[in-house]
Design a protein around this ligand. Sequence first.
Ligand code: ZN
Length: 322
Amino acid sequence: MRIRPGTTLHQPSRRLILAGGSALLVGAMSALGGRAVLAASAIHKTKIGEAEVTVISDGTFTLPQSLLLPGVDQAALDTLLKAHGATADFTVQTNVCVVRLGSTVALIDTGAGPDFMPTLGRFADRLGEAGIASDSITHVIFTHAHADHFWGVLDPFGDTSLWPKAKHVMALAERDFWFAPDAADKVPEFQKSMSVGIVRRLKALGDVITTAKPGDEIAPGLAFVATPGHTPGHVSVAIRSGTSECLVLGDALTHAAISFGAPSWRWGSDIDGEQAAATRARVLEDAARRKLAVIGYHLPWPGLGRVETSGSAYRFVQEAGK
Ligand SMILES: [Zn+2]
C-alpha cells in the first residue's frame, strides 16, 4: 500500500490538544498498512477541479470487533489483515468534508457533537481554525443520520442548528426511516439507544431538514448518489467540477482493509447487511473502473484515496490529494 503523508497545513492548537487530551494524540494514530501513521494535522485541504475540499477531523473512536464483525471467521480475518499489512485495530477516523465550489460552502456531515463519545465533537471548533467562517456555510448535507455524522449539527446549548442560515439536506428515505414507528426494531441492538437520540434530534430540527433523492443535485457540482444498506437512506455525495470527480463515501466503505479486501463480509453496524454488501461491490467496481477519487469518513486520515483491483477484490490506495 502506497502512503503519502497528508500535507500539513494546520497544526492542532494547544487548546485542542489539551481539550482532546490523549484522545487527540492517540486518536491521530490510524492503523494503515500495518504501520501506525500519526496524522500531522486535523485539517487537510485538497482540490477536486475547482472545488476546494477541506477535510476536518471530528476525532476518533473505537468499537469492539465483536460488534463490528459478529461471527467473522477469525482465521480469515487474520489472513486478510495480514495481506493488507493491517492490524486488528478498530479505531477509526471521522473525516468531515467542507466543499467550497462557486458560491456554495457545503458541509458533508457534521461530526458527533459533544453528546456521543468524549473522543469526538471537535469539528465545530476546528472549522474556525481552518479559516472557514461559520456564517459562510450555505449547505449542511448529511450522508445519513447516525450520531457520528449528524449530531454535531446541533448547538450544544439548545436544539437548533449551529448553522441556521444554511440549507440542511438529508435523503428522503433516511429521514422517513427514522420517523417510522418501527425504526428502533430494525437497528442493531447496540444502536437502539442511538436511534432514540436520532429521532429526538430530527424532531427538534423539524422543517430545518429538507429532503432530496439520490441523483438530485443539492447545489451546483454536488449530487446525492444512492449507497443504501448501512442505513436505508444512506447516500454518498459526488463532487463534480469540470472533468474531476470525487465521491464522498460516508459509511459506504469504512475500513481500508476489510471493506476493500472482503466487501461481502457483513458488518454489525449495517442495518441491511446484504444491501450494504451489494453497495460496496457496486461502489468499488465503479470507483476502480473510473479511477475515481474517494473520501471515506472512517478511512485512514484524511480518508482520501483511490480504489484499485487486487486479486479478486480491491485495495485502498491512500493519496494526500492533489
Ligand atoms: Zn460513521
